[in-house]
Design a protein around this ligand. Structure first.
Ligand code: FAD
Length: 451
């Protein structure tokens, strides 16, 4: 009687360089591959609309690839702490494998599951698949975690190089009596009334094969000019890998090893470093999406919310061209260029004086790459409340930013040609008001940078 191996896919929707899948193949028993849509475990954040769209298509692609290789993808919906042991018992699994995740509530579920499954007599193992360095391996001389990027990244680089990516399996031997699966369509991840996803469909092709293709194209065509052009939103010079990394359609090990071969890849690799830094910060501060990393920011005197201002920002109706262009790009494609993310975020927090958490929630709902670490980390970075953050008094001037990074207004005319032209606030007056509010934070006791 065989005792199949259960491979639990989470944020690693790929076959190549998937250590959990590799461990199952090496165990040489049939494989039951499962994905659990868990919106019930305590503390789990419900996915935003754009992320749900991506997930639907990425799961469809993974399922198809597993079938091609002799297996299938079982879909289950519910709290993973219940669904995984039930499935393991149903198929008589001898082992359960997964790649680790680093959010606080997710780690709690995974730790409890290890105990439950082991009590059922099932072998359990977890692997590093989503980060180049495990968060507990990068520490300062005194054993604490870094709160400043440069020494963090230097420390990462002094560690042994990330392991080589694992090859893609040609065969994934399936279980002869595959358990029942939910129908993906029944999960309702795609928008229907209204169907707002046409811009997403025009922009993206989710799934591992497209991710690998995009990586190859980027390395060949764009990486050589990345450092020069990465800040220009009209240049199309960045990798567009963020949703692919978020969903694990390509592993950071694959990206790192292929990019490091290209001359002058340092700037690009350090962006992967920021991704690591954000995740390590989340590991140490699991409530980063709601709590200021710098506690002195709790004293920030946010004025009462003006809902009309928030609405204008969300829908690209602020009358500030670069801000409106960015917010419209986001609404249409589920993506926004990094430089413009910084400008739109700074405008919300420092010109509209709206709490960064409301901006973070909007991005969470609208970005295809929204994730638990990078989104709040970057919002806090812009707001000034975060790790190694931009100083609060550095207020991006959206007009100067447009002159510098979109001098021919190509990006602005693409996305905001018909946007209003009268700004909803006076940029210099609101900047002064923001600085005055910041003075109150300065008077609050300041937490020291650790390194
Ligand atoms: P590239 O320039 O090609 O960079 C390569 C990879 O490095 C990216 O795919 C991404 O994984 C990583 N990366 C690049 N910049 C950053 C950064 N500043 N912080 C962390 N990782 C980075 N990125 C997300 O992946 N998810 C988010 O939810 C997210 N929210 C953001 C919110 C705000 C307010 C800001 C300012 C930035 C946010 N970013 C987020 C970071 C960054 O904007 C995107 O990762 C980047 O624009 C993705 O485009 P790309 O893949 O072409 O990037």
């Amino acid at each position: 009687m065989s005792s199949p191996s259960l491979v639990w896919f989470r944020d690693d929707l790929r076959l190549a360089d998937n250590p959990a899948l590799r461990a199952a193949i090496d165990r040489d028993e049939p494989i039951v591959a499962v994905f659990v849509l868990d919106e019930e475990s305590p503390g789990f954040r419900r996915l935003g609309g754009a992320a749900r769209w991506w997930l639907h298509h990425s799961l469809a692609s993974l399922a198809e690839r597993l079938v091609e290789r002799g297996s299938a993808l079982v879909l289950r919906r519910g709290p993973a702490g219940r669904m995984i042991p039930e499935l393991a018992a149903q198929v008589g699994a001898g082992a359960v494998f997964w790649n680790r995740r680093y959010g606080g509530p997710e780690r709690e579920v995974d730790a409890a599951l290890k105990t439950t499954l082991r009590t059922q007599g099932v072998e359990v193992a977890s692997f590093a698949g989503s980060l180049l360095h495990e968060p507990w391996t990068v520490t300062t001389g005194s054993g604490t975690h870094y709160s400043v990027f440069t020494p963090f990244w230097r420390a990462c680089q002094s560690l042994p190089a990330p392991r080589a990516p694992l090859p893609e399996p040609r065969e994934v031997r399936g279980f002869p009596a595959p358990p029942k699966s939910d129908a993906l369509d029944a999960w309702g991840l795609l928008p229907t009334a209204p169907d707002w996803a046409s811009g997403l469909r025009d922009t993206w092709e989710p799934g591992e094969p497209a991710a690998r293709r995009r990586l190859r194209e980027f390395l060949k065509n764009d990486l050589p000019s990345y450092d020069r052009a990465r800040d220009e939103p009209a240049a199309g010079a960045t990798s567009m890998l963020s949703p692919r990394l978020r969903w694990g359609e390509v592993s950071p090990y694959t990206v790192w090893h292929e990019a490091v071969e290209v001359d002058g890849a340092g700037g690009f690799l350090s962006e992967l470093g920021w991704r690591e830094f954000a995740w390590h910060t989340l590991y140490h501060s699991p409530d980063m999406a709601t709590k200021n990393l710098r506690p002195e920011f709790d004293a920030f005197p946010w004025p009462p919310l003006d809902p009309a201002h928030l609405d204008a920002w969300q829908h690209g109706e602020t009358g500030v061209p670069l801000v409106d262009a960015g917010m419209r790009e986001l609404w249409h494609t589920g993506y926004m260029h990094n430089r413009v993310r910084m400008v739109t975020a700074s405008f919300l927090v420092k010109n509209l004086l709206i709490d960064w958490r409301l901006g973070e929630e909007w991005f969470w709902d609208t970005l295809v790459d929204a994730d638990e670490a990078n989104n709040p980390f970057n919002w806090q970075w812009v707001a000034g409340s975060g790790a190694d953050a931009a100083p609060y008094f550095r207020v991006f001037n959206p007009e100067l930013q447009a002159k510098k990074f979109d001098p021919q207004r190509l990006y602005i005319s693409r996305w905001a040609a018909d946007a209003p032209t009268e700004p909803i606030v006076d940029l210099s007056e609101t900047r002064k008001a923001a600085l005055a509010a910041y003075d109150e934070v300065k008077r609050a006791p300041r937490a020291p940078d650790r390194d």
